[in-house]
Design a protein around this ligand. Sequence first.
Ligand SMILES: [Zn+2]
Ligand SMILES: [Zn+2]
Length: 344
Amino acid sequence: MSEKLSKQQELDTKLYSLIEIEKRRYKQKGLHLITAFFLWACFFIGFPIYGKVLWSYVHEFVGQNLKVLYPTGMSFLHTAFMLTWYGLFSILYCQNNTLFEKWRVNKNGKWPWQKDKKEWEELKQKTYKCLALHHLVVFPIILLFDSFVTGLKYKTSLEQFPTIGEFFFQILFCMICEDFGFFWSHYTLHHPKLYNSYHKKHHEYEQPYSITAEYSSLPEYILGNLIPSSLGIKLMGSRVHIFTAIAWMMWRTYTTAEVHSGYEIPFSPVRVFPLSGSSYFHNFHHSHNVGAYGSYFLFWDHFMKVDRDFQKYRYTENMKEIEKQTTGDQQTGYQDSTSNKKDE
Ligand SMILES: [Zn+2]
Ligand SMILES: [Zn+2]
């Protein structure tokens, strides 16, 4: 009995200990972790250094026209970033590139366009309309309100340009705030009384692809996306430089496009931080519709114990993969030895 208990405890540690989870996560990335760190450093070190050079050409113009530039420029950049990420992932979907296909989360599953053609056409049209509404109407209205009603407090001058340290901690703070806001709003939207009216729309995609990141009901878009994403920036208020706010928007839009992409990219710079979630994590949420509510990090799911199904699933899948590899190696070894014998 006690032996049975200790075996169960051992299994639970493997499944649910954050240290064990992190060990497995980094181990799976392998040497790609070096590229991930390099890209991560390009963002956190390169942006404050080279961004300052760029800013020296535009800071006066931005400072003098901030009220008008903020709603127009930010709306334009928001859409431009999203189109860039969608475009990049679309190349992967079209190419069926073997290198990226091996990083597909659901290797045996079908993309939405590979299922029912008529259903896919309808869903695609609904998605485009929804995104147009969010990008061309809702987001600009909120920015206009921000600019002309609540007022803007951003720093704009070259002298106030963020240092590497400020840039790093402010983006990290935005990530923590976003993750907090996203987890709790998402967790709440899964309440049976709210799910059908406000969140079911986003779950129409059992297998998401990058563009589905913002396919949601309007209340979900505002409460679950816009408010959590801007929470950190708003809390820091006048301490934030507008350049940091733009960089954060770029980071955030990339993350959400990647997390819905259906690919677990091992060199992703946005998944270098400890306790990071992943595409695999969010894909599980879409396909199983249980737990795995967080955005950047795993800790709220872990703290609320709603990551259990996901961790169990991931562990079992890993074990199956290892078993398959071992059997394959043994078979290859057997075949090699038999062919050697024939040669002899
Ligand atoms: Zn959900
Ligand atoms: Zn999603």
